[in-house]
Design a protein around this ligand. Structure first.
Ligand SMILES: [Cu+2]
Length: 154
């Protein structure tokens, strides 16, 4: 009986977290494969985002839920930069990340992508959960100098 009470307490805690912060946004999209398979990749849209000292261009990225995308993350700067968007990465169904020189990585989700100067990475994904998510470069000092943005899934 005591064990059962413990389970009920955990359910109650999760429910209150869900109201406060959105319990679903805590985890990555579990059925990502289903979303990736269901998408019509012949209708894929390509969007570019440029990383440089010290900004993301454009500063606001907007994606339509259910539409397959290739997001080209291009570093035109002189140093390394991060595309860190934890909430966004958990709100999408990731197909893969492709380096145009070295190959591709298939993984359920990412937290951040580091792009070397003069190089780019392509993120293939389907936006799933609508919302507004933060984007920043996590190299010390870069965010404070303006390297931050917003990603909207509408
Ligand atoms: Cu940076």
């Amino acid at each position: 009986m005591k064990k059962r009470a413990g389970i009920l307490t955990r359910v109650a805690v999760c429910a209150s977290v869900a109201i406060a912060a959105g319990c679903a946004s805590v985890d990555y999209v579990a059925d990502a494969k289903v979303h990736v398979s269901a998408a019509d990749w012949s209708k894929m849209k390509t969007v570019d985002v440029v990383l440089k000292e010290y900004s993301f261009i454009p500063e606001v990225l907007k994606f339509d839920a259910g539409t397959p995308y290739k997001l080209k993350i291009i570093n035109t700067g002189t140093g390394k930069h991060y595309f860190t968007a934890t909430g966004f990465f958990k709100a999408i169904a990731t197909r893969k990340v492709q380096s145009n020189t070295d190959g591709e990585i298939k993984a359920p989700y990412f937290l951040a992508l580091e792009v070397f100067p003069g190089r780019s990475l392509d993120l293939y994904f389907v936006p799933v959960r609508r919302g507004t998510y933060g984007l920043r470069c996590t190299i010390p000092g870069h965010e404070a100098q303006g390297m931050h943005g917003t990603i909207v899934i509408q």
